[in-house]
Design a protein around this ligand. Sequence first.
Ligand code: T3D
Length: 258
Amino acid sequence: MTVLVDKCAGYRQLTLNRPDRLNALSVEMHKALMTALTEAEADPECRAILLTGAGRGFCAGQNLVDVQVTDGRPPELKPLLELYNALVRKLRGMALPVVCAVNGVAAGAGANLALAGDIVLAAKSASFIQAFSRIGLIPDCGGTWFLPRLVGMARARALAILAEPLPAERAAEWGLIWQAVDDDRLMDEAHALAARLASQATTGIALTKRALDAAEANPLDAQLDLERDLQDAAGRTADYAEGVQAFLAKRTPVFTGH
Ligand code: T3D
């Protein structure tokens, strides 16, 4: 199994599972991850995703064994890149919050896959490497979009061109990720976060994700209109009614995600 699926209370843990190759992405793994995300979204009991890697790495990007130049002919990369694009679109478009727990090195497409999550935690020993320029490629899997937005153009350019490892703690300082945590705390923290998200008003979170993603391209005027419409939708959820009632009654709200 190239992706392990664990059903936890309220959420699913998906684990990239080719540890001998630092979870480098094969076509089989692409398909397994896509299937696991689609199935999680269709499960009414599942209200958050926790994505991590088995072994000492998170993901080393494209499985380079599959794209070797043979007989002097470079491989056709476009079909492969459609798989990456589909994965990034899927992760960003998920109606569920996605927590990435980066347990070790995240390189190439593996780094950018992590950045497609909503909240990224990393073990302090982990690092992020835009490894593409080392092999003559450009950052893909959304890298050229995520990097400048998260850390600014100067840092994005240096990360992309120099391909040096960015340690997790600096990645957090720079705003590339949410938090760097002690290695032995990573999975406990990630599970606690996923469980917490799974008990929140998850329809509201899904609408928040849509608003933030649209904000990247919208002028303020259009964004204000979008906020009005999405807030209107959030205001019609049972969770909003519950949230207000619980606040007024000074009790903890019980959200259902509806
Ligand atoms: O099709 C296309 O090419 C377009 C799509 C591109 C998307 C991309 O992701 S391009 C970028 C691809 N990824 C890389 O270039 C990273 C390659 N890996 C590394 O640079 C290093 O492995 C790391 C810096 C990530 C970690 O270094 P280290 O020293 O901790 O581990 P290692 O010894 O290099 O790797 C451990 C094993 O995993 C090793 O196998 P072995 O020698 O024990 O049999 C290594 O070959 C294997 N491995 C690591 N990364 C990949 C890989 N095998 C296949 N593909 C990999 N990407």
